[in-house]
Design a protein around this ligand. Structure first.
Ligand SMILES: Nc1ncnc2c1ncn2[C@@H]1O[C@H](COP(=O)(O)OP(=O)(O)OP(=O)(O)O)[C@@H](O)[C@H]1O
Ligand SMILES: [Mg+2]
Length: 421
């Protein structure tokens, strides 16, 4: 396919997946109430009261209210929400550092809420890697020992754990730093050690609670880029907490927005930005640029004229003229895009004595294409260099539709226009 630009897959479906496969994480009706006798809050007369009212009446704090979520294997899943909205509580419940008050958590088909303490420890070590905002490194241990720490706890022999830790340190770009102590590393590097430690165990699920919040903006962006690259290779399931919308949009396949312990909206970055469920979500996304989330597939349309390569040049010209077009895309019999042809060129051809039966290939100019998943921001370069609409094709090069410059700007403008009070 010529010059195709591929962006991240908004469905998060990065690997070929058995459609019958169950989601890796299934959270059902999950409540966490902090305080004395928390179960009483679940009773009919209390459960529908607001968080403040419950606190006033009972002294109990609602950490999570009736959360329902499913997370697929390999998905980059974002939890967002204001401080105190329950993001960390949800993460802690998933690994059962905190026990839910009611509801269930199923991971890889196993009900974690019912697991015995002994099984839980093993399950936690095997399944999860954790990275938190405060790196949680042990200052008296070297970078290598820190990275190998989880493996030591797991009981792996020294040679093996060092070999694995060296490997993950290399993965996160810290080769050569093994013998230093955390104190001599920058924040970004310390967080890389945290990430290496989480990855050393080769966990299926990475839990990351605001891992980049303590970093300077530039380092933070760099870490995000590296995580995107790493995830491309590792394809872990990642549950990632952030306050930062742009971080969420850049990293996430799906986003859940929490308020007062509840999930108020869940969807792809595009859905969240273009259809915020209420004012709270709207407030979160007001600074979002639709260009970063809207995809070509969501705004493409059918062209007024589409030419078929086997049509004669005269037919093609008549079609173009009847729709007052100067150019149109041409496809072959399998609907594969061949390129664009122009009316003035066809006219010239028809002035010649010998007319070809089909539109000749010299008159079909190859053009840059995008796929349905390409985000609008990645199309700016193409529309600036190209007088034609941008054709959208699938991975086999089959023509799907077109996106015009006007459509791009129209779909960006209305939302940005709302960005004032
Ligand atoms: N151990 C606890 N005891 C009592 N209340 C708690 C406890 N842990 C959390 N909470 C309460 O549960 C609610 C959710 O807290 P949580 O830490 O999950 O929020 P968060 O979304 O992670 O916030 P932040 O963005 O500030 O980290 C808050 O009201 C908090 O006060
Ligand atoms: Mg938190």
């Amino acid at each position: 396919m010529p010059d195709s630009i591929n962006s991240k897959d908004p469905s998060g479906d990065l690997s070929a997946k058995d459609p019958a496969e169950k989601p890796q994480v299934i959270i059902k009706d999950l409540w966490k109430i902090f305080g004395r006798d928390p179960k009483r809050v679940l009773k009919k007369e209390l459960r529908n009261l607001s968080k403040e009212e419950v606190q006033k009446k009972t002294g109990c704090i609602i950490g999570m209210r009736n959360v329902n979520l499913t997370i697929e294997k390999g998905q980059f899943y974002i939890l967002m929400g204001l401080s105190g909205s329950g993001k960390s509580t949800l993460i802690r419940n998933i690994i059962r550092l905190v026990n839910p008050t009611s509801g269930s958590i199923e991971i890889n088909g196993q009900n974690v809420t019912k697991m015995s303490q002994e099984n839980l420890l093993q399950f936690r070590r095997k399944t999860f890697g954790m990275v938190f905002q405060h790196y949680g490194l042990l200052p008296h241990l070297t970078v290598l020992d820190n990275a190998a720490y989880g493996l030591k706890v797991k009981g792996l022999p020294k040679g093996e754990r060092y070999a694995k830790a060296m490997q993950t340190l290399e993965t996160v770009g810290l080769k050569g730093w093994e013998d230093y102590y955390p104190g001599s590393l920058s924040g970004g590097m310390q967080q890389r050690v945290g990430l290496a430690r989480a990855l050393a165990n080769d966990p299926e699920i990475l839990l990351m609670d605001e891992p980049f919040s303590g970093l300077d903006p530039l380092i933070r962006r760099q870490m995000q880029d590296e995580l995107v690259e790493l995830q491309e290779k590792l394809k872990k399931t990642i549950i990632f907490v952030t306050h930062d919308l742009h971080e969420a949009l850049k990293l996430g396949d799906r986003i859940a927005i929490m308020r007062n312990g509840e999930v108020v909206q869940e969807g792809t970055p595009e859905e969240i930005v273009t259809q915020p469920a209420d004012d709270y979500v709207q407030e979160f996304v007001r600074d979002a640029s639709p260009a970063k989330v809207l995809t070509a597939g969501s705004i493409m349309e059918a062209p007024k004229v589409l030419l078929y390569a086997w049509e004669g040049p005269k037919t093609a010209l008549t079609l173009l003229r009847s729709e007052k077009r100067n150019a149109a895309f041409v496809v072959d019999k399998s609907h594969k895009l061949l390129g664009v042809t122009r009316a003035d060129r066809l006219e010239k051809l028809l002035e010649k004595e010998e007319r070809p039966k089909n539109i000749p290939s010299e008159l079909i100019k190859q053009v840059s294409t995008v796929t349905e998943e390409t985000i609008l921001e990645d199309m700016f370069a193409i529309i600036s260099e190209n007088p034609y609409p941008v054709p959208v094709t699938d991975e086999k090069g089959k023509f799907k539709g077109i996106v015009t410059t006007d459509q791009i700007f129209e779909s960006i403008a209305p939302l940005e226009g709302e960005n004032h009070d």
